[in-house]
Design a protein around this ligand. Structure first.
Ligand code: ZN
Length: 267
């Protein structure tokens, strides 16, 4: 049982209210952050503990993940990234990923936006996934833009080789949004549309401290949609949340077993 586990009487009352909100919703959208990945054992690279700290060989992680630094020192990025980001097949989707995939399959979740680059939502079976910070799945040559899949790249990176394009010799970069790069404007526009018109917004495992994530639930509440936040730490939108839970695993264990009994929507 985690430190965030809630008192059962309070928790049961809230979870019943959440079930009612889900059953009534027709256009639920979900935003997930690092907390959903850490439940699968993937370290939060912004976190203070574990494999990744906010410093690596006296360099701030923000610097390693900046595009100008990558273009000068791709070998340092790949050395930093290889232990986790190129071992993603070692991690498995957890109960949050699988429950959200089931909620989409039954017609409840209409859009899933994530800051996580680990592909676990797709591996769990979610289809309408929008990876706001990109994904480790796709790679492109910095020079000629040729496409490479994770599978083609991961072995080389694990062997300490900086992956180069077989067409032009250029450096290959993952389609993860680095500091200094723009977010995908299609995804931002889609998010604006979906969060502005949703009738239920779930925020899972994010402290909502990074833009544009912080503005997604704001679009929803501004238009009167209930906001449900599940996160271990406080967020700056807790005061406008209809429901607030602190333990992702506790919340999704309760939702998962209940949702198995819910019929698919027919719209
Ligand atoms: Zn190339």
């Amino acid at each position: 049982m985690s430190d965030n586990h809630e008192n059962s009487i309070v928790f049961e009352r809230k979870i019943e209210r959440l079930k009612t909100l889900i059953l009534k919703s027709n256009s639920m959208v979900v935003f997930t952050g690092a907390g959903v990945s850490t439940l699968s054992g993937i370290p939060d690279f912004r976190g203070k503990n574990g494999l990744y700290t906010d410093q690596w060989h006296s360099m701030p992680v923000e610097e390693i993940l900046s595009i100008s630094f990558f273009d000068k020192h791709p070998e340092l990025f790949y050395q930093w990234a290889k232990d986790v980001w190129y071992h993603l097949e070692d991690y498995q989707p957890n109960i949050v990923h699988t429950t959200l995939a089931s909620m989409e399959a039954k017609g409840y979740v209409k859009g899933l936006y994530t800051q996580n680059i680990d592909m676990l939502h797709r591996r769990a079976g979610s289809k309408n996934v929008y990876e706001v910070h990109g994904s480790a799945k796709n790679h492109h040559c910095r020079n000629c833009n040729k496409y490479f899949d994770y599978i083609e790249i991961a072995d080389k990176v694990r062997d300490g080789i900086v992956p180069r394009c077989d067409q032009c010799g250029g450096i290959i970069k993952p389609d993860i949004v680095f500091y200094g790069e723009n977010l995908d404007s299609f995804i931002l526009e889609r998010a604006y549309q979906q969060f502005s018109t949703t009738d239920l917004c779930l925020v899972l495992g994010s402290s909502l401290s990074v833009q544009p994530a912080a503005s997604f639930p704001y679009y929803a509440t501004r238009n009167g949609a209930p906001l449900v936040i599940v996160n271990a730490q406080e967020t700056n939108q807790d005061t406008v949340a209809t429901l607030r839970f602190s333990d992702l695993e506790q919340t999704f264990k309760a939702l998962s077993s209940w949702f198995e009994t819910v019929e698919p929507k027919n719209n």
